[in-house]
Design a protein around this ligand. Sequence first.
Ligand SMILES: Nc1nc2c(c(=O)[nH]1)N[C@H]1C(S)=C(S)[C@@H](COP(=O)(O)OP(=O)(O)OC[C@H]3O[C@@H](n4cnc5c(N)ncnc54)[C@H](O)[C@@H]3O)O[C@H]1N2
Ligand code: MOO
Length: 404
Amino acid sequence: MTGGIPSALMPVEQALEALLKMAEGALIHDVESVPLDKAGARVLAEPLVATLDLPPWPNSAMDGYALRHEDLRGEPLKVSQKIFAGAEPAPLESGTCARIFTGAPMPENADSVEMQEHVEILADGRVRFLEPVREGQHVRPRGGEAQTGDEVLAAGVRLGPIELGLAASLGLPHLKVVRKIKVALLSTGDELVDPGQALNPGQIFNSNRVLLSHWLERLGCEVIDAGIVPDDLTQVRACLMGLGHADLILSTGGVSVGEADFLGQVLREDGDLTFWKLAIKPGKPLTCGSYRGIAVIGLPGNPASTLVTFGLLARAYLLRRMGVAAVEPLCCEVPAGFSWSRAGSRREYLRARLEGGRAVLYYNQSSSILRSAAWADGLVEIPEHACLEEGELVRFIPFAELLG
Ligand SMILES: Nc1nc2c(c(=O)[nH]1)N[C@H]1C(S)=C(S)[C@@H](COP(=O)(O)OP(=O)(O)OC[C@H]3O[C@@H](n4cnc5c(N)ncnc54)[C@H](O)[C@@H]3O)O[C@H]1N2
Ligand code: MOO
């Protein structure tokens, strides 16, 4: 549909598919090595392969006594050594046990551990085992978590606290990650001023810029602040021309049909339009294409429209460009704590909170209201042309999934 103006609204899945295809055609291939403590939110560029066995030696899972199972013949055992975590134990003398603590290496010849709560210490210091001991119990075997050569994380995984902890457990000080995608962030609108400036008649504070720049950083993007551009065709065009060093131009506002909506006009007239106008509420005028070879996503300016279209569509595009496979948020189905009789032709995303396991709606779902999202835990999806009875299951997409 490049260059044309669509008459029908594009379904959300189709727009997502088009965005992911665009992203796959322009994957970021540059790789850099970053220290572990700077690797949060980055995307792993190559599989993470274990360079050692984890754990590197068998060790005790309990505070207690290490023994050789065949030495248990009903008689108490003498304690021949004490082994703390970090120690290098001597081989276990036959017919004895070793005092051992959680995480301490098992001595050679020992194959089982009994927890200290299940033994009795006799007056002469020997240990009587009060419960049957299963051979191998409470021993964490060498390589039980990973063996040398195992792929523990795939390329394209996003590095969060868990993945970084895993890399640290393998002793890796640096990780190879995909270069951050450079996103030029642009706000359009004569009415906008940034917080800290005086608010003159007719003006409003620019909330989209801060919302998106923090969000982009959480997603591992590099933000290029392209400022606020007035509603002026020449200036919008000049601004886009000046952003040729970005991987993506992400704008808000100016994509609807008003006389001052120039972002969309520039893209339609002298860029390449991939799509415009989706069957989504809020967010209908979402515009996507490229300008002089640079990808452009034009989010609608209303704050809740910006939030929904960025969270459901632009986020997936950005992650996929950095090679992330899993770009869809995990969602669940919950009973609706409301009924819905306004079947619409656009798929609707309502800001909702979970209360007693049910989704309840913020009382004002206007796309101009950001407070609704601050109140909510996530978005409830109402399919096109659907009505709902209270208690029916609805799809719920937690903000926690979208924001990270
Ligand atoms: N005749 C029609 N009018 C509108 C339609 C339509 O189909 N026909 N669509 C409406 C829908 S839906 C949306 S969404 C908006 C989107 O308009 P734009 O993307 O062109 O955005 P603007 O007109 O520039 O702004 C909309 C609204 O949002 C405020 N805004 C803009 N930028 C920011 C910002 N950075 N921070 C905070 N608030 C911002 C702006 O002041 C407007 O109130 O169009 C409808 N109109
Ligand atoms: O799509 Mo608009 O975002 O309904 O307000």
